[in-house]
Ligand binder design. Sequence first.
Ligand code: ADP
Ligand code: MG
Length: 246
Amino acid sequence: MTEILRIEGLQKRFGGLVATDNVSLDVHTGEIHALIGPNGAGKSTLINQLCGELRQDAGMIHLAGRDISHMAAPDRVDLGLGRTFQMTCLLEDFTVRENVGLAVQARDGGNFRVFDRIMGRASVWEETDHLLQGSLLSERPDDIVADLSHGEKKQLELIMALATQPRLLLLDEPMAGLGHVESQQMIETLKALRGELSILLVEHDMDAVFALADRISVLVYGQIIMTGTADQVRGDPRVREAYLGT
Ligand code: ADP
Ligand code: MG
C-alpha cells in the first residue's frame, strides 16, 4: 500500500458557500504532506471531514485502502486516524503523566476513574511512561498541566495524539501561537516521527512547511490548485499569486 490516505471528490457546503470543492488528494505511506492555503480556504473543514466530525456532501475517503467515508469518528481513530487533542481537552489540574495515561486508556476503551487522581492499570502507566520518554516533557511527568507553557501544552497534545497509535496523523496548525524556539522544537519533534507514521500537516508557518514536507498541496477557495515538492510549489506562479503574495 503506497497510499495511506486517498481522498476523491470531497465536497462540503455551508449554505451557499462551498468550503471544500471536489478535493482529491493522496498521502503516501510515510510521507509528511503539507496542506497550505489562505485563511478560509477550507483546510480545517477538510481535516474535520477526514476525522469524521463533519460529514461530506459528496466524495470518498479511503484510509489504508478502506472506505471510511461514512464511518463514525471513533471508528476512524480505531483504524489509525489520529488527530491532536485540542488544548481544551487537557485536564489542567492533573499532571502531564495523568493526561497521557488518560489518552492511552481512552484508546483501549477503558473506564478511567477521575476522582481526585486518575487510576489506571499498570500496563497503561507502562505505555504512558514509554510515550513520555524521549519527549520534551520526559523530565516533567509530575508537573501540573496548568503550569506548562503554551509550547509545552502543544507538545503534550501531540504525545496524547500519539497515544492513539495513529498510522496517519492530522495536524491543524501545530505551530499556531508558538514562539520561535517553541516552533523549532515542534519541528524537531515532528521530524523525529518521520518514518513511524504519515502526517497531513495544515500549517501557515512556511519555514515549518518547507522544513518538514515531502510534498505540499495548495488549497484555494476550497480547491486544490496544485500538489508538488517545495521547489515546485515555490516556483508556481498561481501559488505565488494566490498565497505567497509575490
Ligand atoms: P481554513 O481552515 O482554511 O482557514 P475553514 O475550513 O475554517 O478554512 O473555512 C472555510 C470556509 O468555510 C470559510 O469561509 C468559513 O467561514 C466557512 N465555514 C467553516 N466552518 C463553517 C461552519 N460550521 N458553518 C458555516 N461556515 C463555515
Ligand atoms: Mg483552519
